[in-house]
Write a protein that binds this ligand. Structure first.
Ligand code: CDP
Ligand code: MG
Length: 728
């Protein structure tokens, strides 16, 4: 078995807080728990995993928080809480003590900034309190926005439980492509993006009496835009109550933005969390995370669940598999370890699992994206493992390239993560980076999304709302001028705006679709190429943004063969369409993804009707690929004579994704769906096109000169591939 580089050290520049004795105590504690395994087993584990209690490991610094002297008492009350009824749980939350004061404050002020520790009950309780206090009388609703879909769904489910209704009745949620509300719904949870869309149909939010913009500190693009919009309508709708709630200390900033609105603070409970850093940077943070989970599980007494922060679904699945393998290898010698994933596209039946109490004699390991940083609270976490990364979209205005990057998190985020270990008792946080890196490499605060993303989507939305002067829009933090200009240019090239920057008829139709401008354009263009049936299928498949193919480790060859069975010479888009059309379990297609694709497709078909496009069908892949290109002509790369793909406009180097069916083919001209950056910039979902199409679909954007090499010939070295092609 391999040796493990994960060694934790103390940060000697820090004040050690309660003192070095803590270290000794901890060592002894860990030793004692090892002995339970039996001397022989302990020896074996010691070899297998370099133990936490190595000489270098020491107590570092407990975050200095109030309440540590109440530890024992609180831990006991936590145990009792598990047995409490749902109403008792409600009363045990920190916000409960402030219920009446809160209702009074809302009655008195139109806008209220709310600040409270994660898990104190803001999201689940405050809307309920107002409902109970009669704010829904007269048929009005209370809305609450969430930056993430999983949060919107899971919170709504929880509140429906508390209210005692079926989800979708009095309590419901609305997320993109999924509306779980009804006439009866009075408490509506929704993503911030959905509220933005609601403005299109109801610009004054007339059906709401209260709107709560929750998780304001996350500063997502949509939330930032909402700030400006709700501030504006609050001026002429004096009866609308606004709540802006956040977990961290941005309250003053929000308050001054909302004309010095009062701040309502909910004091939180927080327990001390010991922070550990690694001695040296980790080469492989996934491996380090896996090892650390096993170390904790083997050495720390139950109860006490583990929360690991990872960057996305793929990483989560990798770690989940590895943990299952390792705990299987150790067999009955260890207590049961239950890995549970949480990420944005997690199917709802799996979401419910993370909130189920941990069985006795077992330990949960929650593998989460930064969704678990503040928007979702899972009880019972005592250990947090923080590799220090998250996935973030970024947009390079100069090259027009947009992609998802894995980036280091901010100090604020790191501290939020650590805090998750100390919600119900004292905890420990293992940072898989050095204390030096924390101090010198992490930014203080994350950059708001509005300053690092493509604005095409929201600019189209704002234009549809009749907001023309974007430069003077009331932004909390304005986006870079350059990014606004690029968004306007892109929308012009797509035909959504005219040369005066006004919305065109095409732009108005595009805004009907809850999609990126490129995708909306592709869908509208399908009318001309008479292939809307096919295009909405492709759009639905692209929108799912989840793995379509199932690739179990034990059956990689079978799975890959099945996958290749769907391949189309035209490229990945048509392949996705084939998958949808022939989907079945034997072919290793993810069932859940496909069901979701079907739901999305149904909605898109409904929207086609709204913009009066008759859904026609075509077998001609050229027509289908032309429609795709009409939307995604920005994402066109050309293979140059050195064997590299470069984007046509900006000469940005891109690479075919190894999963692409054109990976070996290497056609001269390709259109791709998006760039993902892992080791290189990979084009995800690419299809072959002809350069002449570009002049047809994007005459505003491409000049003949740029497309001179229109031979569409493959690279010479690729000629030998014909035999392989025949094989397929
Ligand atoms: O919004 P805030 O972070 O202040 O707290 P919350 O989301 O309202 O959570 C309050 C309590 O409800 C926590 O103890 C959560 O564990 C619990 N909760 C739950 O059991 N299931 C959910 N789906 C959401 C919250
Ligand atoms: Mg919340």
């Amino acid at each position: 078995s391999k040796t493990v580089p994960t060694e934790y050290i103390e940060d000697d520049e820090e004040d050690h807080g309660p003192g070095g004795d803590g270290a000794k105590w901890e060592k002894e504690q860990l030793m004692a728990s090892m002995l339970h395994l039996g001397a022989k087993d302990a020896k074996k584990h010691e070899q297998e995993f370099e133990l936490l209690l190595d000489e270098q490991i020491d107590f570092i610094q407990a975050l200095q928080m109030p309440g540590s002297n109440e530890k024992a008492e609180e831990q006991q009350s936590e145990a009792e809480r598990r047995k409490m009824s749902i109403q008792e749980v409600r009363k045990s939350l920190p916000v409960y003590a402030f219920r009446d004061a809160f209702i009074e404050a809302v009655k008195e002020h139109q806008v209220l900034i709310i600040e409270g520790e994660t898990g104190s009950g803001k999201t689940t309780q405050l809307p309920q309190y107002l409902y109970e206090a009669g704010f829904c009388e007269g048929g009005k609703r209370i809305g609450c926005t969430q930056p993430r879909r999983v949060a919107a769904m899971s919170v709504a489910a929880r509140v429906a439980d508390e209210v005692g209704c079926k989800l979708g009745q009095q309590v419901g949620y609305s997320i993109r492509f999924e509306d779980c509300t009804s006439e009866k719904t009075v408490l509506k949870y929704m993503t911030d993006g959905m509220l933005l869309r609601e403005f299109l149909n109801e610009p004054d939010l007339a059906s709401y009496s209260v709107m709560m913009i929750d998780e304001a500190h996350e500063r997502t693009l949509h939330t930032d835009i909402l700030f400006g919009l709700v501030k504006d309508i609050a001026r002429f709708r004096k009866d609308l109550k606004l709540l802006i709630s956040s977990a961290t200390l941005d309250a003053e900033k929000f308050s001054s933005f909302f004309d010095d609105a009062p701040i309502f603070r909910i004091p939180g409970r927080r327990f001390p969390v010991d922070i550990y850093y690694t001695q040296a940077p980790e080469a492989d943070y996934l491996d380090a995370a896996i090892v650390t989970v096993m170390q904790i599980h083997l050495t720390q007494p139950l109860p006490g669940d583990i929360l690991v922060f990872l960057t996305g679904q793929e990483e989560i699945e990798t770690v989940q598999e590895a943990l299952m393998e390792r705990s299987k290898a150790l067999g009955s010698k260890i207590k049961e370890l239950i890995p549970l994933p949480v990420y944005a596209n997690l199917p709802s039946d799996l979401q419910a699992k993370i909130f189920e109490p941990t069985p006795k004699d077992a330990r949960k390991v929650v593998l989460a994206t930064n969704i678990a940083e503040t928007s979702v609270t899972i009880d019972g976490i005592s250990y947090v493992i923080d590799p220090g990364f998250s996935k973030q979209n970024s947009f390079d205005a100069r090259s027009g390239v947009e992609h998802l990057h894995v980036v280091t998190i901010s100090k604020a985020a790191a501290n939020q993560r650590a805090g998750r270990a100390g919600r119900t008792g004292p905890g420990k946080c293992f940072r898989l980076y050095t204390a030096w890196a924390y101090k010198h490499e992490l930014e203080e605060q994350p950059i708001p999304e509005i300053q690092r993303t493509n604005l095409g989507n929201v600019v189209l939305m704002l234009k549809s709302l009749g907001i023309h002067d974007l430069v003077h829009f009331d932004f909390l933090d304005p986006p870079p001028q350059e990014t606004l200009v690029i968004a306007l240019e892109q929308l012009y090239a797509l035909g959504a705006l005219n040369h005066r920057g006004e919305l065109t008829k095409l732009g108005r139709r595009m805004a009907e679709f809850p999609c990126d401008p490129c995708m909306s354009k592709m869908i509208i263009a399908s009318e001309k190429y008479e292939c809307s049936e096919e295009i909405v299928t492709i759009a639905a498949m692209l929108s799912c943004n989840a793995a379509v193919f199932y690739r179990p480790k034990a059956q990689v060859i079978l799975a890959d063969t099945a996958r290749k069975g769907f391949w189309s010479k035209a490229g990945d888009h048509i392949t996705l369409m084939n998958v949808y059309n022939k989907w079945c379990v034997e072919n290793y297609v993810q069932h859940r993804t496909m069901k979701r694709a079907r739901d999305v497709r149904d909605q898109l078909v409904g929207l086609l009707e709204r913009v009066e496009i008759e859904p026609k069908s075509s077998k001609d892949t050229v027509k289908i690929c032309k429609a795709i290109t009409a939307g995604y002509f920005y994402n066109v790369s050309k293979l140059d004579n050195t064997g590299h793909y470069k984007t046509v406009k900006h000469k940005h180097t891109t690479h075919p994704h190894p999963n692409s069916c054109l990976f070996e083919e290497m056609p001269r001209w390709v259109v791709y769906y998006e760039l993902v950056f892992t080791s290189k910039e990979f084009m995800r979902e690419m299809s072959e096109i002809e350069s002449s199409w570009l002049l047809e679909v994007a005459p505003h954007y491409y000049k003949g000169r740029e497309l001179e090499d229109s031979t569409n010939k493959k690279m010479p070295k690729q000629r030998g591939k014909t035999a392989k092609e025949l094989e397929r």
